[in-house]
Design a protein around this ligand. Structure first.
Ligand code: MGD
Ligand code: MGD
Ligand code: SF4
Ligand code: MO
Length: 898
């Protein structure tokens, strides 16, 4: 029977409500929940395809245990898996102390999961070694809010974005990363064109399409920019002296500091003109309301804390906080990174926005938990933690819901750490990740649509996440795995004591947790799973007596600091860690694509999500390519001080000369060579400890790899991927992706210096299903060239080109069109590899919802269609709208002929 369950999207921090249609066993469809205040029924290209993701062949289904390094893992029972884990942890703690173990968790866990992990680490094990991937994501924003305003609380609501007169978007590509919020901004701007939007980003992103002003500052120079703006605000008298006087401290010091940030100096540091800077300051200074949005371009920096505070300074100086359409509003990346901050899931925090370094806070929490004390040794942050694993100080590591062997900087060291760690537990929903490879114990976790709990989105709104279907195989929800393990560990290290983990459901965890927030800035004590069901998603604070949530903080100008006053921070601009030098003259920036999520464990199971960008490409400015004699699509080697990566280059003039860009999504599984983060650096901000993921010095050079390979194969793509992947280990270049919609196919591109052995090729052909049956074969052993095409029922179902791949795109198009062309046979039997003429269409799908290719849109534009005409005739941009900024850009580039 078809049923509908209301829940939330498991991707970004917008926190959209979804309606999951299912039959109790399988998810059949997903639509936006019209009653959810975050999205009012809208979804983006990722949310609306959730039901197409999560291929069971890629899921972790059973606990698996490795009994010795070098051996393969074998399936085991939950009982023996968790007993083994408890024994290993107890033994390690007994022998080396509680700080010899660590937990590395994730902003994608639910609040109840986090709470269980925190209690486990701090109360039971007695270590503060519990950190999360939010360290790579939001920790600079946490520091920013706490230092400037006194508590880690984004003060605004999504409505403020719509109501604002001036929105400053810094280091956020929200068109890709927070699409539904971007849609809301687009609509607001369409209704009130006088609303000003400024985008500060070194790249001209899709987000910049909406901007009245795009400031393409040099990477890392944000602090100089903010000080330069304040300098001008002061000079022109565009500040709010009454607010500064009544509600802040520290303005005199800041005034002295920004005196030195003259427009000429700032323009020079930021690589913009004085006029651009003045325009920006004027827009901000004269706006009745001013709101700023920021994300990883600000946080992921060795100056991340300073950037956050310098931006908040602008709001305090202009009194633009605590009123409609105003305030500093960080966009949270992960769906529940906020919940992580609330429950204390960074090593330096404790539940309820407390500090692990504060003795009073420790005593409060210890009291509440009924344990003598909480540990007072500082815990390790992500980068330090993996360094401690590498140097063998940490001997048992528990990783849940994150994939550090893809997402941490300086991958070579991370892989080394994981390989050498005596005991690694990985609690994961998908068995395919790079980190799973190192798991001595793999624990299958329930995932989206299968688990219950709560999440907090970017605007402090708590939603009830509800399960629609049972988890597959023996997968279990995270809170239950964690509590079950904790109860077994308790028996070994706290025998005879009453259990700290007597929870029978997530609601029980929430009930215990919420009282730790009572009376604090984030007070959740009036909420419960039942209240959320009755009232719908609510914004904190929501104290016990409350009837509704709190949309806006600090309306009274009172801040949660010691004296109730907000603080200006006066810190100098510091250049990024890796200075330009002859050996590494380019700055490598990394970030998100529209349709993929992080390491692609989930989005990488839905072929259509590769339609927008099919493979890992290095983007570079045309001038930089010319100087290096590189042509579009050519294979290049990118080198940094830490590693190198081979992939094709792509001309992209949205980048200024001197900069390069790589999507963050490709790790070692989808691209040979430890992925994007083989290049990035582990240097971090001194206060937030957030690493500088957006700024690595690199050089790019041409590589010639004469022997090339291409294959495409339909059916059981995840199984084939797993089977084929190891065969490409030795290749200098190998990239994997999916293509198609109704008939997904695996696509492989690879290249190396010498042809692989005949046996290796035979093995490849066998796994591709090209060794027998209705396969057309051509071989030219002299040139090491081979072609194989398998045709069933008049259509291509698998093919490979080895040695030489000139016909790649033509064949792929034939496959797409579902036919075996007349020209196929003569080409196949001829020694020449070039395809028999004809135009090969661009494979890029711009509109994923309606399946409209870039080619179709371009020819529509040629026929004279404008945006509305394209929408009407082709349907593109009429569903989620994520492709609209790109269509607008095509329209600008290729003006319609009358
Ligand atoms: N499609 C998609 N959406 C996602 C995610 C995903 O994986 N895929 N992940 C989610 C998560 S966890 C996060 S944290 C967010 C991230 O969301 P965003 O931060 O918006 O995304 P990024 O692409 O990482 O980086 C944003 C921009 O910062 C710019 N930038 C780089 N260096 C600088 C600098 O020095 N100064 C300034 N001003 N800008 C700079 C980059 O050019 C880039 O356009 O996205 C969330 N949403
Ligand atoms: N170069 C570069 N690197 C970056 C960034 C960047 O901009 N540039 N951004 C950084 C940022 S902001 C972030 S947030 C990180 C993200 O980095 P990761 O945390 O490594 O990203 P994910 O791939 O989302 O990892 C989440 C994992 O949890 C699994 N999972 C999904 N649902 C569940 C569940 O319910 N339970 C359990 N136990 N597991 C589940 C997924 O299969 C996936 O493997 O990457 C960081 N790394
Ligand atoms: S904007 Fe997209 S990815 Fe983010 S929560 Fe909404 S549907 Fe999910
Ligand atoms: Mo993130």
């Amino acid at each position: 029977m078809r049923q509908t369950t209301a829940s939330t999207c498991c991707y970004c921090g917008v926190g959209c409500g979804v309606l999951i249609e299912h039959d109790g066993e399988r998810v059949l469809d997903v639509t936006g929940d019209p009653s959810h205040p975050a999205n009012h029924g809208k979804l983006c290209s990722k949310g609306s395809t959730l039901h197409l993701t999560g291929d069971l062949d890629a899921r972790a289904l059973y606990p698996e245990l490795r009994l010795g390094k070098g051996l393969a893992r074998a399936r085991t029972s939950w009982d023996s898996a968790l007993d083994h884990a408890a024994n290993m942890f107890a033994k390690t703690i007994a022998e080396y102390g509680p700080d010899s173990v660590a937990f590395y968790i994730s902003g994608q866990l639910l609040t109840e999961d986090y709470y269980a992990f925190n209690k486990l680490a701090r109360a039971l094990v007695g270590t503060n070694n519990i950190d999360s991937n939010s360290r790579l994501c939001m920790s600079s924003a946490v520091v920013g809010y706490k230092r400037s305003l006194g508590a880690d609380a984004p003060p605004c609501s999504y409505e403020d974005i719509e109501q604002s007169d001036c929105v400053l978007i810094v280091g956020s590509n929200m068109a890709y990363a927070h699409p539904v919020l971007y849609r809301r901004l687009e609509e607001a701007k369409a209704k009130r064109p006088e609303m000003r939007i400024i985008v500060v980003d070194p790249r001209r992103t899709d987000t910049a399409e909406l901007a009245d002003q795009h400031l393409a500052i040099l990477p890392g120079t944000d602090v100089a920019l903010f000080h330069g703006i304040l300098h001008l605000l002061l000079r022109e008298g565009w500040i709010d002296r009454d607010f500064i006087e009544a509600h802040t401290d520290g303005f005199e010091d800041l005034k002295r500091l920004v005196r030195d940030y003259s427009p000429a100096l700032v323009a020079d540091l930021c690589g913009i003109s004085v006029a651009e800077l003045q325009d920006c300051a004027r827009t901000i200074g004269s706006a009745p309301s001013f709101l700023s949005l920021w994300c990883m371009g600000v946080n992921q920096s060795t100056a991340g804390s300073a950037k956050n505070s310098a931006l908040i300074n602008l709001h305090l100086a202009t009194g633009q906080i605590g009123k409609p359409g105003a305030g500093p509003f960080s966009l949270t990346g992960q769906p529940n990174a906020m919940g992580g901050r609330e429950t204390g899931s960074l090593s330096n925090l404790l539940p309820g926005h407390r500090e692990a370094g504060n003795a009073e806070h420790r005593a409060e929490v210890a009291d509440y938990w009924g344990v003598p004390a909480l540990p007072d040794t500082a815990g390790l942050s992500a980068i330090e933690l993996f360094e401690a694993v590498r140097s063998c100080k940490i001997k048992a590591l528990w990783i849940a819901c994150t994939n550090p062997a893809q997402s941490m900087p300086d991958q070579e060291r991370v892989h080394e750490a994981l390989a050498g760690c005596p005991f690694v537990v990985v609690q994961e929903a998908f068995s395919t990740t790079e980190t799973c490879h190192y798991a001595d114990l793999l624990l299958p976790a329930a995932s989206w649509g299968e688990k219950e709990g709560t999440v907090t989105n970017s605007e402090r709104r708590v939603s009830h996440v509800r399960p629609a279907i049972a988890a597959p195989g023996e997968a279990r929800p995270d809170w239950s795995i964690t509590c079950d393990f904790a109860r077994r560990l308790e028996k070994l290290i706290r025998p005879g004591e009453p259990s700290l983990f007597d929870f029978t459901n997530p609601a029980a965890l929430f009930e215990e947790y919420k009282l730790l927030t009572q009376g604090r800035d984030l007070d959740l004590s009036g909420l419960s799973h039942v209240v959320l069901d009755r009232l719908g998603p609510q914004q904190w604070p929501f104290p016990a007596a409350a009837r509704q949530g709190t949309p806006r903080l600090y309306e009274d100008g009172v801040f949660p600091t010691d004296n109730g006053r907000a603080r200006f921070l006066a810190e100098q601009y510091q250049a990024p860690q890796e200075k330009r030098e002859a050996r590494f003259p380019l700055t490598l920036n990394t970030g998100r694509l529209r349709d993929h999520w992080h390491g692609m464990s989930r989005t990488g199971t839905a072929a259509r999500l590769f339609g927008h960008v099919e493979e890992a490409l290095l983007s570079m400015n045309g001038d930089d390519m010319r100087r290096r004699r590189l042509i579009d699509g050519q294979l290049v080697k990118v080198r940094s001080r830490r590693g190198e990566l081979l992939l094709p280059v792509h001309k992209d003039d949205s980048l200024r000369p001197g900069q390069a860009f790589l999507p963050m999504h490709w790790g070692d599984r989808f691209l040979n060579g430890l992925g994007v983060n083989s290049l990035t650096l582990p240097a971090f901000d001194p206060i937030s400890k957030q690493p500088e993921l957006k700024h690595a010095g690199v050089e790019v050079e041409k590589v010639e790899l004469p022997w090339q390979f291409f294959a495409l194969v339909e059916g059981s793509v995840q199984k084939r991927f797993e089977a084929l992947r190891p065969l490409f280990e030795g290749f200098a270049y190998a990239s994997f992706s999916l293509t198609g919609r109704e008939r997904p196919a695996l696509v492989i591109r690879a290249a190396c210096n010498e042809p692989p052995s005949r046996t290796q090729l035979a093995k490849l052909e066998q796994l591709l299903g090209l060794d027998e049956g209705p396969v057309l074969v051509y071989d030219d052993p002299r040139r090491s060239v081979g072609k194989r095409v398998r045709i069933e029922h008049g259509r291509i179902v698998a093919l490979s080109l080895s040695g030489e791949t000139a016909a790649r795109d033509w064949l792929k198009q034939l496959w797409h069109d579902g036919k075996a062309d007349q020209a196929l046979r003569p080409w196949l039997l001829a020694p020449l590899s070039t395809p028999p003429g004809g135009n090969v269409r661009s494979a890029k799908t711009l509109c994923n919802c309606m399946n409209v290719s870039q080619d179709a849109i371009c020819s529509g534009i040629e026929r004279g269609l404008d945006l509305n005409g394209l929408k009407r005739e082709l349907g593109c941009g009429t569903s989620c709208g994520s492709c609209v900024p790109e269509i607008k850009r095509l329209l600008l580039k290729q003006p319609a002929v009358a």
